[in-house]
Design a protein around this ligand. Structure first.
Ligand SMILES: Cc1cc2nc3c(=O)[nH]c(=O)nc-3n(C[C@H](O)[C@H](O)[C@H](O)COP(=O)(O)OP(=O)(O)OC[C@H]3O[C@@H](n4cnc5c(N)ncnc54)[C@H](O)[C@@H]3O)c2cc1C
Ligand code: FES
Length: 453
């Protein structure tokens, strides 16, 4: 009976059940005793004694129920269940408001923004390398501007998200406006500003538990996912060998120089190589080599170190940086014999898409086209197989749907498909909502496609 009582978690319920049980036991026992002990002379006082005994027994039972300890194994199990629920609850759907709690200048052109949830509830951790999608209401823009930014910090447990954003200037020689979102973040977003964000996402991440060494190679703002990867590796699997190779113009433009060195000071398995393309005299002693980060640097400086430790040069390579940097590294690594399946990369912008280049050189497709209806814009046009993605086709027809990554990652171009079917050039990284498509990587599949653009 005691063990059953100990399994009850609610102390009041435990006390009531204990009191009722005591009352029943004392009353039954009391009745038997009264029956045996009563006589003509003392009948009244014996009954009185019985009532008192029942009341005292009930009170004692209630107190006993309150003080008896609860079964600990059961409590622990319950707490675990509760924690599981909390973990599930941490992931949110759609948009959640975050407060900018810190704004920190990291370099000449990169500034970090620390985001904490406005609801002060827990936030989920993320796979090191993933990004956050944010939505900005910018007064000069007709609709909210959606952009994706890699999570540039990693802690256990996670209390904030950090985004580190480069101010995008207008490209030299082009009479176009500077970057909309990045300049707004730098100039208008301050501590206390509210920014809606979607949950962390992305397929570019490191599995720190893999035994293979990892080489993290970045240039410019491509350093952001690499910091999360280096930190996660040092926190969760400190014995993993990681090389952190980063290229910057010089110290002025080099964000997180000391932060990465601080991780390496804590973890000797993290080796750092900084390469400056235009070092200044004051940078002396802060970088390891001069020039651009390329496959030759990997061949001459990193592969011998990996071979020295492992006896082989087998490693995983994570690349993030400008489109030219990515092309050069991917081609260079392939020439060094690195298997394609060992190379993971992320581009922050698509650069010149292969489809666009093809469009310029190929002659016009004469095969019968497919009808694309842009319902909101009231335009219908015939798509040919060399017209590129639906996004490019829309732009060629004077329609400018919102877009950001142009690579099926960020969901900015997601739009409702009202009729017909599309096909993707490659499976999207982001998961579009039911009944919607990512037009930046989609082409019409059926004879007619109607889109809510
Ligand atoms: C997965 C992922 C992760 C990312 N992580 C980061 C990160 O950690 N940090 C970071 O800083 N960025 C990151 N980015 C890039 C980021 O999402 C934005 O693309 C970037 O901030 C530029 O956005 P913007 O609105 O400032 O510029 P936009 O307004 O999109 O303009 C981009 C550039 O185009 C130029 N431009 C404008 N109009 C024209 C025109 N007509 N013709 C030619 N050029 C034009 C602008 O001057 C600007 O230089 C990431 C992107 C992806 C996809
Ligand atoms: S623009 Fe990013 S998914 Fe299409």
């Amino acid at each position: 009976m005691f063990s059953s009582l100990r399994k009850i978690q609610n102390p009041i319920l435990k006390s009531v059940i204990s009191a009722v049980t005591s009352f029943a036991i004392v009353t039954i026992v009391g009745s038997v005793v009264i029956d045996l002990a009563k006589s003509e002379r003392n009948e009244k006082s014996v009954y009185k004694l019985g009532v008192y005994a029942s009341l005292i027994g009930t009170a004692a039972g209630a107190v006993f129920g309150l003080i008896i300890p609860t079964d600990k194994t059961k409590t622990a199990k319950k707490t675990d269940q509760k924690q599981d629920t909390v973990t599930d609850k941490k992931v949110w759907q759609d948009w959640r408001n975050f407060v900018v709690t810190r704004k920190v200048k990291e370099s000449e052109e990169i500034t970090s923004f620390y985001l904490e949830p406005e609801d002060k509830e827990e936030i989920p951790n993320f796979k090191p390398g993933q990004f956050l999608t944010i939505k900005l209401d910018i007064p000069s823009q007709q609709r909210p501007v959606i952009r994706t930014y890699s999570l540039s910090d990693r802690n256990e447990p996670n209390q904030y998200y950090r985004l580190s954003i480069k101010r995008e200037l207008a490209p030299k020689g082009l009479d176009v406006p500077p970057g909309i979102a990045s300049n707004f973040m730098h100039d208008r977003i301050e501590e206390g500003s509210i920014i809606p964000a979607k949950p962390p996402n992305g397929k570019f991440y490191i599995d720190v538990n893999k035994s293979l060494p990892a080489v993290l190679i970045s240039n410019g703002v491509g350093i952001t996912p690499m910091i999360a990867m280096a930190k996660a590796s040092s926190l969760l699997n400190p014995s993993k060998n990681v090389w952190f190779v980063h290229g910057a113009r010089n110290g002025q433009y080099h964000a997180f120089r000391d932060e990465v060195l601080a991780i390496a000071q804590q973890n000797s398995q993290l080796k750092v190589h900084y390469r400056y393309s235009r070092p200044q005299p004051e940078d002396e002693g802060h970088y390891q080599s001069n020039g651009y980060v390329d496959a030759t640097l990997i061949k001459d400086s990193i592969l011998p170190e990996i071979k020295n430790i492992y006896g082989s040069t087998d490693a995983e390579y994570f690349l993030c940086g400008s489109p030219a940097f990515l092309t050069s590294l991917r081609e260079g690594l392939a020439e060094l014999g690195v298997l394609e399946e060992r190379v993971f990369f992320e581009s922050f912008s698509k650069g010149s898409s292969k489809v666009s280049e093809k469009k310029k050189t190929e002659t016009k497709d004469t095969s019968e086209g497919k009808e694309v209806v842009f319902a909101q814009s009231g335009k219908t046009a015939t798509w040919q197989s060399n017209d590129g993605t639906i996004l490019e086709f829309a732009e060629d027809n004077g329609i400018n749907p919102p877009n950001s990554c142009r690579a099926g990652i960020c969901l900015t171009c997601m739009c409702r498909i009202e009729e017909g079917e599309i096909e993707y050039e490659e499976p999207p990284t982001g998961t579009p909502d039911e009944g919607t498509v990512l037009i930046c990587i989609a082409k019409p599949k059926t004879e007619k496609v109607v889109l809510d653009i």
